[in-house]
Design a protein around this ligand. Structure first.
Ligand SMILES: Cc1ncc(COP(=O)(O)O)c(C=O)c1O
Length: 392
């Protein structure tokens, strides 16, 4: 069969390939960014009720009005984004669906969007399959500082948008208010739209605050903010997320959302509306539970000789094994990932997956610590047994 040019860029994601390998050896997968904790009961109960009540027909293409009203309140209070009406909210098939509709709304064929490296792979690949141009700006390791001059130099007349992910996947970078102000200033001067992916907005460590760029003075008119339920409520498979932003853009995103998905699954939208009734302590407990997991994961990696910049947010650590790279089992990221599977039964993602030039990730592996504590403890024990000072 004749296939489109765009399919040439598609490969089975390496993350899935590692998952298959890990399943085959009955190992522990710290590769894929999924959380195996349960979805909160009130959300499950509300979804069951909606199914029993036959709330089964298409909702409004931009989402059920009650859910959009609840999102409006949350975005105003938690994110401090000055959203005025539910017309400025689109519920989509995950934040990924919202990202896709944002791209199709904002960019013409061939237009460019800035991605900061290390990037989240779906951002790059969606840009590419739609025929848009990812334009890369590499954050400066180890602390992932923004190279402001390189950013200015990379923007060209074809650039239309800047994608910023905070807290970041895979590096856990939480953009500070000062950094976001500077980013917004560039967007204003260079007439660009910011697409802010804030899916990990509640996972913050060391007292850091989550700042939405759309909450800054002048930010709302320039920004499409994306978030969703997958990560905060352990429900990646429900496929529910949303976008907020100025009415003209969101009107058109709604129309594109209609063409691509018609609507997000209606009974699940009614179920997830219950998420907004979760008490404040749900979020603080979640953040502190993840903090304990972060400590366990990062200190284990340090004990086995990795260089670790502890993530400021989200639930991944992108750790460097360069100090061990004279060991042939750790000569590069593909070899190190295979070594961890074969020797310890631990799945990770190789650094090359997060950079346009694979060489930039050659000494990095990403570990996801969104696991039940006993599972994560077992994974860390395996790493220590295999590579700790006694086992190395
Ligand atoms: C940065 C980022 N954005 C979006 C997503 C996907 O979110 P959703 O399930 O809402 O599509 C992920 C999942 O790993 C992610 O890491």
């Amino acid at each position: 069969m004749r296939l489109s040019e765009r399919t040439r860029q598609l490969a089975q994601s390496e993350i899935r390939a590692i998952s298959q390998k890990i399943n085959a050896v009955n190992g522990i997968n710290l590769g894929q960014g999924i959380c195996d904790m349960p979805t909160p009961d009130p959300i499950k109960a509300a979804a069951k009720r909606a199914i029993d009540e036959d709330r089964s027909i298409y909702s409004h293409y931009a989402g059920a009005a009650n859910l959009r009203s609840a999102i409006l309140e949350k975005v105003r209070s938690y994110n401090r984004i000055p959203v005025e009406s539910i017309d400025q909210i689109v519920v989509s098939a995950g934040s990924t669906g919202a990202f896709a509709t944002a791209l199709l709304t904002l960019l013409n064929p061939g237009d460019g969007a800035i991605l900061f490296e290390p990037f989240y792979g779906y951002h790059r690949h969606l840009l590419q399959i739609f025929g848009f141009e990812p334009q890369y700006v590499t954050l400066e390791s180890p602390e992932w500082e923004v190279p402001w001059q390189a950013l200015e130099d990379t923007i060209n007349p074809g650039t239309r948008a800047i994608v910023v992910t905070t807290p970041g996947n895979p590096n856990g970078k939480v953009w500070s208010r000062a950094e976001l102000e500077r980013l917004l200033d560039i967007a204003q001067r260079r007439d660009l739209t910011i697409i802010a992916d804030e899916i990990y907005e509640y996972m913050l460590y060391d007292g850091r605050e989550h700042v939405s760029v759309a909450s800054l003075p002048g930010g709302f008119d320039r920004t499409i903010t994306l978030s969703g339920f997958s990560k905060t409520y352990n429900m990646t498979g429900w496929r529910l997320g949303y976008a907020t932003g100025p009415t003209d853009a969101l009107d058109n995103m709604g129309l594109i959302n209609d063409l691509m998905y018609i609507c997000a699954p209606t009974p699940l939208q009614h179920g997830v509306a219950a998420a907004f009734e979760m008490p404040d302590r749900y979020f603080s407990e979640m953040a502190s539970d993840y903090d304990s997991r972060r400590t366990l994961m990062c200190s284990t990696l340090e004990k086995i000789g990795f260089d670790v910049v502890w993530p400021q947010g989200a639930y991944y650590v992108l750790a460097s094994f360069e100090p061990r790279s004279s060991d042939p089992r750790f000569s590069d990221d593909a070899t190190a990932a295979a070594t961890l599977v074969d020797t310890a039964g631990i799945g990770t993602v190789r650094g090359a997956s997060f950079f346009s030039d694979p060489v930039d990730g050659r000494y990095l592996l990403r570990f996801c610590f969104a696991k039940d504590i006993p599972v994560l403890q077992e994974a860390c024990d395996r790493l220590l047994r295999a590579f700790g000072t006694d086992g190395s």
